[in-house]
Design a binder for this molecule. Sequence first.
Ligand code: BEZ
Ligand code: FE
Length: 271
Amino acid sequence: MNQRVVDITNAIVRNLHQVIREYRVTEDELRKAIEFLTEVGQKQEFTLLSDVLRVSVLVTEVTHADEYDGLSTPHNVEGPLYRDGAPVLQSPARLCANDSTGDILFMYGRVLSSQTGEPLPNAVVEVWQANEEGFYENQDERQPDYNLRGRVLPDATGRYEFRTIVPGPYSIARGGPVGRLLEALGRHDMRPAHIHFRITCEGYKPLTTMLFVPGDPWLDSDAIGAVKPSLVMQFERHEAPEELQARDVDRPFYTCEFDFKLQPVKSTVRA
Ligand code: BEZ
Ligand code: FE
């Protein structure tokens, strides 16, 4: 017997029975609920269901809460679009084969120890993101393999830099049972534009997180509830001809500075 399974199952059943009594759930409604869950399984949408019910974000929060030192960059969900084996790129790196469309973004900063502030030149900054239309390369035949994905290596001072394009927001549940549930709930299925990161360094806890594009119209209503104010980037727009020339770009561009703070494996945990 597994006592934790017993305790959690009993707690779920207790709450479920309470809902059935409170709402006088009918046999017909139970049948529809079972059909819905069957379809969720058939269409492999259980993770998506957990995401839109805000369960995934809450589990990530609870998982890290007891160990969080209060100083490191907050964790966030990985999402389903991570792909292993992204190219290793030395800073300053370029993430997109072709940035002729979309807004050009130069993103840079340092990877630091959350406890001492020392830079971590041996860190790896793994990045994955959608293009300006909201498509990841593995959802879009027009993009080359591993486009907008990379494992960026900082320089000797711990500074990373990559050139990319500003991603667009995207829809996550079109056409399936989870999408129908959102419609019935009067909710949309949009995720605000974001860039995913996984930062690793020996001696430090791995950090999976995502940073959000400032001003995105869906920031206040993310379908999976993952937005945290400290994870919204700050962009600076550059349009002076000498700046364009110095960066070798043909149109105005954005820069964003963001320092990632990693928690040492052996560290003081917030009280
Ligand atoms: C994502 O951020 O890539 C994502 C998260 C949850 C569901 C779908 C996509
Ligand atoms: Fe994403």
